[in-house]
Design a protein around this ligand. Structure first.
Ligand code: ARG
Length: 579
């Protein structure tokens, strides 16, 4: 919880205690009612008193007036300088001394850990994310699971949790029978080695086209998959190779995003772990036969049955997920296991969690599904079947090329490998930032020009602002000037706004974790950049009129650099010192 809100909540709770005997509202609840007024000339924080009028049986105006009358300077916590009623709101002003004397030194001392805590110490969180399907295109639809998942991992780690990131690869299932048939009939090793996933996909597409004409292909594919399941050497080799070819390509994308996983245990990892769970389901009397298939009836929970075994006895996606959840619990003893997938899988996870709970696993309530909406590009929905897909790697490549051209103009001094790496960091960062600006559940229509606009509310703009703080600090070091939070003081509204925005970072992290919503950090970054850039444009830093002001403004710049650097990394962007 934000310290300022926390202390304000406590002060209001005291006031209510004294003014309205017998009524008790917790300081935490009061703190959670506090809002940031859109117009800061009214105050830095506001209590909307209508939220209390039912409990206090008084009109909001009267509540605001009586609380405001009570909360004189001597009754306010150190972080506040005044409390004034305006209509039904009680508006608070945060004290300059607190911003300068407490917030700023804290950030300077903690550096990029200024929003970190140890609240998660001793707790383990498993995150299942990205998880593409092998030999299928890694397309923009996977952007959500990949960056939301990794951002959540970073957020939880920032708060002291031990996190295990798992890439639950879709590396098992009948599609591998099809791949094997297609490869044996039409494949060419060299072509695939060279062309990667695109060539695997081409084979898969060819299989479907040919199978339209020659129905026997489907049987052949089933037979090949069966051989694979039985451990046929040749098929196992091919299957592993398909995975390697795919992984090699995913790795490129993950590297661009700065993502690593702790485990690549995909669906195939659970092939020998499902029987025990199926047996458990059977013993518990949970399995019903439905048209030959074994299912768990969930009608009592208003859900369709969960398919466990097909009529030929083969397992399904859900079967593997049951085994995976049990394995993960036994291995990691997680406090939470979070699955990040498109909302199209919401029903699957609701069924899965219910089945696991019915099986008697008392940790079932630790499973969390974090869904997200669809992505379209320039208004076009993406479908794998029709071949109308935009691959993630292409999106990253196009963005990188465009940024390369932009920085050639903006900063001709940037050259060689540094220029290439910067263009990639900013190009990829632009896409990630754009994606993580909206609430995850909203459907997103992607527009490249908007994402790359250096003047808009974009990744390039935020990364550019970060680079600006770096170059100011570097110049100061070269000139032998040290930042100093103590000597100077707040003399302009821009300095104040920047400091106040800095004080809100930790809260943004709190909410992002509470709601599994990295976009809260993204939007915080935009607020911080806006505040800092106003400060930068209106208040000379290194050329300020006196030495104390220079050092104070440098301290402020350094605090922005730390906070912005930490925040950018939390949403999977790289920190670029020069653009
Ligand atoms: N491979 C799946 C897909 O691309 C996502 C897997 C999500 N994780 C899980 N444990 N089911 O749709």
């Amino acid at each position: 919880m934000n310290k300022i809100k926390e202390n304000t909540g406590i002060a209001i709770a005291h006031a209510i205690n004294d003014l309205y005997p017998g009524v008790e509202i917790s300081p935490e609840d009061l703190a959670s009612y506090l809002e940031y007024p859109p117009d800061t000339s009214m105050g830095d924080l506001a209590l909307p008193c209508f939220r209390l009028s039912r409990t206090l049986r008084t009109s909001p105006d009267k509540i605001a007036a009586s609380l405001g009358g009570y909360l004189t300077a001597d009754k306010l916590p150190a972080c506040l300088s005044s409390a004034k009623p305006i209509g039904g709101y009680l508006n608070f002003r945060v004290s300059d001394d607190y911003l300068k004397g407490t917030v700023l030194p804290y950030i300077l001392e903690r550096g990029e850990l200024c929003g970190a805590t140890e609240e998660g110490a001793g707790k383990t969180i498993v995150l299942d994310y990205s998880s593409p399907n092998v030999a299928k295109p890694f397309h923009v639809g996977h952007l959500g699971t990949t960056v939301i998942g990794h951002s959540l991992k970073k957020l939880f780690e920032y708060r002291g949790y031990k996190c295990i990131g798992i890439n639950h690869l879709g590396d098992w299932g009948t599609q591998f029978g099809k791949m094997i048939v297609a490869y044996k009939r039409w494949g060419d090793r060299e072509v695939i080695e060279r062309g990667g996933i695109d060539e695997l996909v081409a084979l898969y597409v060819k299989f479907h086209a040919e199978a339209e004409v020659d129905k026997s292909l489907e049987d052949e594919a089933r037979a090949e998959f069966h051989k694979l399941e039985m451990g046929d050497e040749e098929n196992l080799k091919l299957w592993r190779w398909f995975i390697d070819v795919s992984l090699k390509e995913y790795e490129v994308t993950y590297k661009q995003l700065g993502i690593t996983f702790d485990s690549y245990a995909g669906e195939s990892f659970y092939t020998d772990k499902m029987d025990a769970q199926v047996e458990k389901l059977r013993k518990a009397g949970l399995l019903k036969i439905d048209n030959g298939a074994s299912v768990v009836d969930l009608s009592e929970y208003d859900m369709p049955p969960c398919l466990i075994l097909k009529s030929d006895g083969s397992t399904l996606y859900a079967t593997r997920d049951i085994a995976a959840a049990v394995y993960r619990y036994d291995t990691y003893h997680f406090d939470r296991c979070i699955y990040v997938t498109s909302s199209a899988q919401s029903l699957h996870f609701a069924q899965l969690f219910r089945v696991i709970s019915l099986m008697g696993y008392d940790w079932a309530d630790r499973l969390v599904h974090v869904p997200y909406g669809t992505v379209s590009i320039n208004g076009e929905k993406l479908a794998t079947r029709t071949g109308n897909v935009v691959l993630l790697k292409d999106l990253f490549r196009i963005a990188t090329e465009k940024v390369y051209d932009i920085i050639s103009e903006k900063n001709p001094s940037l050259e060689g490998e540094e220029k290439r790496a910067t263009a990639e960091a900013v190009g990829v960062g632009a896409i990630v930032f754009y994606y993580l600006t909206s609430n995850r559940i909203r459907d997103i229509n992607f527009n490249m020009d908007d994402a790359l606009n250096f003047e808009g509310n974009t990744g390039p703009y935020a990364m550019y602002t970060y680079a600006r703080t770096c170059s100011i600090m570097k110049k100061a070091t070269a000139d032998g000037i040290e930042p100093d939070a103590i000597s100077g003081g707040i003399t302009t509204p821009e300095e104040r706004e920047t400091l106040f925005t800095l004080s809100r970072f930790s809260e943004a992290v709190d909410y992002a974790i509470r709601d599994y919503e990295p976009s809260i950090v993204t939007r915080y970054i935009l607020d911080l950049c806006a505040a800092f850039n106003r400060f930068y444009h209106n208040c000379p830093i290194l050329s300020a009129k006196d030495a104390e002001t220079v050092r104070f403004r440098l301290a402020l710049t350094s605090a922005v650099k730390n906070t912005l650097g930490a925040a950018l990394e939390l949403i999977c962007l790289k920190k670029t010192e020069k653009i």
